[in-house]
Design a protein. Structure first.
Lengths: 113, 113
């Protein structure tokens, strides 16, 4: 069975400093992995996706994630946080046999001025 | 182009009443999914429609929940005899094919009093 574990329930950074949101996955075959963002009282927005092409994936708003098979990780990074990045971030794996998404528990990112 | 739309955006109902939630996917997307987001359970898969295939209902929490997709487009999620534990945000998503990235609607916030 596939699963994802987000290692931090809450991350706080200062504006202009780097962001690192950690995610480990478990999958019996090469997974499709995603990061979604949810701003307060808003829907889920796709940030980026990994589907077995390049291991470094660039997404919207300056975010990127690196797929590391040896570490079963798919951490999300951004070089410089902006106040508008404050939101909840979900690491997600796709169930290859059924198509459904399996969500991590989410990481709430706070950005201090 | 137009994204996934859902209606109503908010629904307050009395315990025991039936409710219908509607999802209009992105035009041309063959796959449609329903998820539920609640404080205690995070994001949970409910049901998946792919083209003309039989739906995957494995995530429906009880037989009070049902969904249909008419003409391969619009979907309705019905909850009969609502209970307080049904209070949640119900999210709909669609994807071009069953294994691709999913695009989410804004959700319907259901409150059962």
């Amino acid at each position: 069975a596939q699963s994802v574990t987000q290692l931090d329930s809450h991350v706080s950074v200062s504006e202009g400093t780097p962001v690192l949101l950690r995610c480990n996955y478990s999958s019996s075959y090469s997974p499709s992995l995603f990061w979604y963002v949810q701003h307060p009282n808003k829907g889920l927005q796709l940030l980026l996706k990994y589907t077995s092409a390049a291991t470094l994936v660039k997404g919207i708003n300056g975010f990127e994630a690196e797929f590391k098979k040896s570490e079963t990780s798919f951490h999300l990074t951004k070089p410089s946080a902006h106040m508008s990045d404050a939101a909840e971030y979900f690491c997600v794996v796709s169930d290859r046999s059924k198509g459904k998404l399996i969500f991590g528990q989410g990481t709430e990112l706070s950005v201090k001025p | 182009g137009a994204g996934v739309s859902q209606s109503p955006s908010n629904k307050v109902t009395e315990k025991g009443k039936d409710v219908e939630l509607r999802c209009d996917p992105i035009s041309g997307h063959t796959a449609l999914y329903w998820y539920r987001q609640s404080l205690g359970q995070g994001l949970e898969f409910l049901i998946y429609f792919q083209g003309n295939s039989a739906p995957d209902k494995s995530g429906l929490p009880s037989d009070r929940f049902s969904a249909e997709r008419t003409g391969g487009s619009v979907s309705t999620l019905t909850i009969q005899r609502t209970q307080q534990e049904d209070s949640a945000v119900y999210l709909c998503a669609s994807s071009l094919y069953g294994q691709g990235a999913q695009y989410f609607g804004p959700g319907t916030r259901l409150t059962v009093t």
